[in-house]
Write a protein that binds this ligand. Structure first.
Ligand code: UT7
Length: 330
């Protein structure tokens, strides 16, 4: 008799670098104010990695916590996926640096590039590998050193982003126990220009001129991204529910990508969700792109916001543009 494998969370962990930049610190860097940043975004402070601390270092710290939580060793891992847009190096993949630092030599390793949706995209990928029986223990990480890719003269972006990492081990679970019930991924390449790092790829190879024009830093059409984010993240939350055979009201917690508190509140209003069901931690960490949803999930678990049997929605939207969601039964 065939036995269906269910994929789910075996452990979680996160890591935030020590140094904190407050809005008052930002006031000394660009022409901005704590009042503007708080009212327009909800962000009060963000963590910044040390100059010699890379995306892989933060990823490894988060991974160690997730491995301990899952009671597994690095050598138990079959695959490492690092979702990031701020890799240590264009090649090799950050996942390979992580594999070496962890000593996870049995594991295959690759990076996943789906910007802020990267971690939730990764959940779909990991779920498929586990449920097909291809891999048993997958280390999925969202990690970013965004402060290395920011134009510190552009007040429209530099106040938004922070550094950090979150990790989980995805593996076989008993049905309904920490299980990923449904997953959804989408993309709209026609919106690729809205949020991008224009330089450093083969279109605009790094040169003296590209550096002078700051083309290796993140550029964003904030207003356009904002409007799309509200619409499509609302739709994706519904999609995750429907694919899991759930209703929106079954979710006891929705963990959205942490880009802007006004985006999260607008999603809540569109979906008529109780505001207490929306998890928010961007005030303390800003937008950490691919790390955002897993850092938030780990914090929600550790704060006791997630109880056995709860239904959760994880939803993210980012550059690409990309969109992803999952329904989880804890
Ligand atoms: O993670 C991937 C997805 N990313 C997102 O979802 C981000 C989506 N976008 C946003 O969150 C918002 O669009 C922003 C927070 C980026 C910007 O907020 P906004 O309400 O859309 O402001 P805006 O860009 O329309 O700018 C309004 C005004 C402008 O001044 P004028 O032209 O009206 O005189 C800006 O120059 O605010 C000014 N401004 C600032 N003022 C003080 C922009 N940034 C700042 C700042 N401090 N940091």
């Amino acid at each position: 008799m065939s036995h269906k494998i269910h994929a789910g969370f075996l452990g979680t962990g996160s890591y935030l670098p020590e140094k904190i930049l407050t809005n008052q610190d930002m006031e000394k860097i660009v022409e901005t104010s704590d009042e503007w940043i708080v009212t327009r975004t909800g962000i009060r402070e963000r963590h910044v990695a040390a100059p010699n601390q890379f995306t892989s270092d933060m990823a490894v710290e988060a991974a160690k916590v997730a491995l301990a939580d899952a009671k597994l060793k690095a050598t138990d891992l079959d695959l490492i996926i690092v979702a990031t847009i701020t890799p240590d190096t264009p090649t090799p993949a950050t996942a390979c640096w992580v594999q070496s630092k962890l000593g996870a030599f049995q594991a295959a390793a690759f990076d996943l590039s789906a910007a802020c949706s990267g971690f939730v995209y990764g959940l779909t990928v990991a779920k498929a590998f586990v449920e097909s029986g291809t891999y048993k223990h997958i280390l999925l990480i969202g990690a970013e050193k965004l402060t290395a890719f920011i134009d510190w003269k552009d007040r429209g972006t530099c106040v938004l982003f922070g550094d950090g990492a979150g990790a989980t081990i995805i593996g076989p679970v008993d049905e309904g126990h920490h299980q990923i019930l449904s997953s959804f991924m989408a993309a709209n390449g026609n919106e690729a220009d809205l949020l991008k790092i224009p330089g450093g790829g083969c279109r605009v190879p790094s040169s003296k001129e590209s550096i002078e024009q700051s083309l290796h830093t993140l550029k964003m059409e904030g207003k356009e991204i904002f409007k799309t984010a509200v619409k499509v993240m609302s739709e994706a939350t519904l999609e995750a529910a429907q694919r899991a055979g759930l209703k929106l009201e079954d979710f006891s917690l929705v963990i959205p990508h942490q880009a802007n508190i006004r985006i999260i509140q607008a999603i809540g209003e569109r979906l008529k969700l109780d505001p207490n069901k929306l998890f928010i931690n961007l005030d303390k960490i800003g937008n950490t792109s691919a790390a955002s949803v897993i850092i938030a999930l780990d914090e929600a678990i550790k704060k006791g916001r997630v109880k056995k049997g709860d239904h959760l929605a994880l939803v993210a939207f980012g550059a690409g543009t990309t969109l992803a969601s999952c329904a989880v039964r804890w």
